[in-house]
Design a protein around this ligand. Structure first.
Ligand SMILES: *[C@@H]1O[C@H](CO)[C@@H](O)[C@H](O)[C@H]1NC(C)=O
Ligand SMILES: *[C@@H]1O[C@H](CO)[C@@H](O)[C@H](O)[C@H]1NC(C)=O
Ligand SMILES: *[C@@H]1O[C@H](CO)[C@@H](O)[C@H](O)[C@H]1NC(C)=O
Length: 445
């Protein structure tokens, strides 16, 4: 089916100059089969319609190995059929090899109406929480910018993750937060400088109660240039329970007025049986005003036991009843129509105060290394992919030589002009957003 479509598209473009016909199709990477998703207010949108992430985490082999599920066409096409059966509209992929081609898989996903949330980091090209200063260097930024170059052309790229669980429950890991925030800023600047579509960029936080709120606030505080486009966190507190028992009611309360789209980058506790009642809650008015859905962890069965499909060789076997339970939960709880109570305006929040849990000076952010700044104008060039030697100790590729001290917390209203601007919403809405944000900013003072 989708394979045939793709092959015929290729065939059509190959003969296009010889015998042009009305039915000629564009090459895969140029075809716009899905509307692009924008972040605006505290939600995602396709045009005027609210967009909810009804997704699944997709990383066969687990996130510690190096595999690129989007470069493996045969297995991708097999899995897309399962995604369609599940009724998901988004997959999250934890790493890709930016030296490989992804056209066929990305096209198959788009043809199925499925979006991608992509982690730009790989195990060897990422911020090292043990030495964030050294790992925030030119070689690292070159490689993640090359990943952006490769994926920005696909309309079904929903968002990029600038980091995944860099800050965790270990003492001392919060000192890496300014570097991840700098990376988020740099990615957003790169997307702007290269004149790509304004693909949302944000961080995916670990399921750590002790610093969840600080992390969320930190990524949405300060001038607009340093704020994320959304925030996501992993949450395993719903163990076949309900909205109140799981504590999700508190997580709605705590994030009300957060000011940016929020979603769960991983959910799906396995302590009890799995009926995926999470989806009913996520799609209900209890949550839609604050949350934009989530991603069930995960598709393939790995050593940690969260999968709903067993991969053996070429075969993907549905695990029962989990696979059917997820598919049923998706069907029984469609995305609600209307705005779902989303806020039309985005806003900054106050930076978390520096203390023994959150060891971060809110006013200091590392400036981009000069070597990486150069990519803004000339482009990053080709990515090194999984074969690269790694960037974490590549200090000689260029390090940050100064700190910005203008990352203070008091400019919420300024931020909102451009937050609304990047979403491409109408001029009227922009004005309204800026006004409301000014009022909100005044409340903070
Ligand atoms: C809600 O926020 C408060 C204050 O930051 C925090 O102490 C509490 O742990 C949060 N609760 C949840 C469930 O996130
Ligand atoms: C599947 O869902 C049903 C309810 O729809 C539930 O009774 C059953 O326990 C679930 N199975 C597993 C293994 O979680
Ligand atoms: C930037 O600030 C951090 C944290 O205070 C500090 O460790 C680092 O040395 C500073 N970097 C420069 C280049 O001044």
């Amino acid at each position: 089916m989708k394979t045939t479509t793709f092959l015929s598209a290729l065939a059509a473009s190959a003969i296009v100059s010889a015998t042009p016909t009305k039915t000629d199709k564009q090459p895969p990477s140029k075809r716009a089969t899905v509307p692009t998703v924008t972040a605006s207010g505290n939600a995602f949108w396709t045009g005027k319609d609210r967009f909810y992430i009804r997704g699944i985490d997709y990383q066969p082999g687990g996130s510690s190995g190096e595999t690129d599920p989007l470069a493996d066409t045969t297995h991708c096409l097999r899995d897309v059929e399962k995604f369609k059966k599940l009724g998901v509209n988004t997959v999250r992929v934890y790493m890709v090899d930016n030296s490989q081609d992804h056209d066929e898989c990305m096209t198959a996903l788009a043809d199925a109406g499925i979006y991608l949330v992509l982690d730009v980091n790989t195990p060897k090209y990422s911020i090292n929480r043990a030495d964030p200063y050294l790992s925030y260097n030119g070689a690292y930024l070159q490689n993640i910018f090359a990943t952006i170059d490769m994926f920005a052309k696909y309309d079904n790229v929903l968002a990029f993750f600038s980091g995944n669980e860099v800050i965790n429950e270990e003492p001392g890991t919060t000192v890496s937060a300014p570097y991840v925030k700098a990376v988020t800023r740099d990615m957003r600047n790169y997307i702007k400088a290269r004149k790509y579509r304004q693909i949302p960029v944000g961080y995916s936080a670990a399921d750590v109660a002790e610093n969840r709120m600080q992390t969320a606030h930190y990524f949405n505080c300060g001038p607009d240039e340093v704020r994320s486009d959304f925030f996501a966190f992993n949450d395993y507190s719903w163990c076949t329970s309900d909205f109140v028992t799981s504590g999700w009611d508190k997580k709605v309360q705590n994030f009300t007025d957060y000011g940016l789209p929020i979603f769960l980058s991983e959910y799906g506790c396995i302590e009890n049986t799995r009926d995926f009642g999470e989806i009913k809650a996520l799609m209900s008015s209890d949550m839609t005003g604050v949350y934009s859905g989530g991603l069930m962890y995960e598709y393939t069965m790995e050593k940690n036991g969260y999968g709903i499909v067993q991969i053996k060789g070429e075969t993907a076997t549905e695990l029962k009843p989990e696979f059917d339970n997820l598919s049923k939960a998706m069907k029984a709880n469609p995305a609600p129509t209307g705005s779902g109570g989303a806020s039309a305006t985005s806003a900054a929040v106050e930076c978390p105060t520096q203390d023994s849990v959150w060891e971060v000076d809110p006013d200091i952010l590392p400036e981009i290394p000069a070597e990486a700044q150069a990519y803004m104008d000339k482009g990053a060039g080709t990515g090194v992919g999984f074969k690269g030697t790694g960037s974490q100790t590549a200090g000689d590729s260029g390090l940050s030589t100064s700190n910005s001290t203008s990352a203070a917390s008091s400019s919420g209203s300024k931020g909102d002009d451009s937050a609304a601007g990047r979403s491409g919403i109408s001029a009227v809405a922009v004005t309204g957003g800026a006004l409301a944000a000014t009022l909100f900013g005044a409340f903070l003072l």
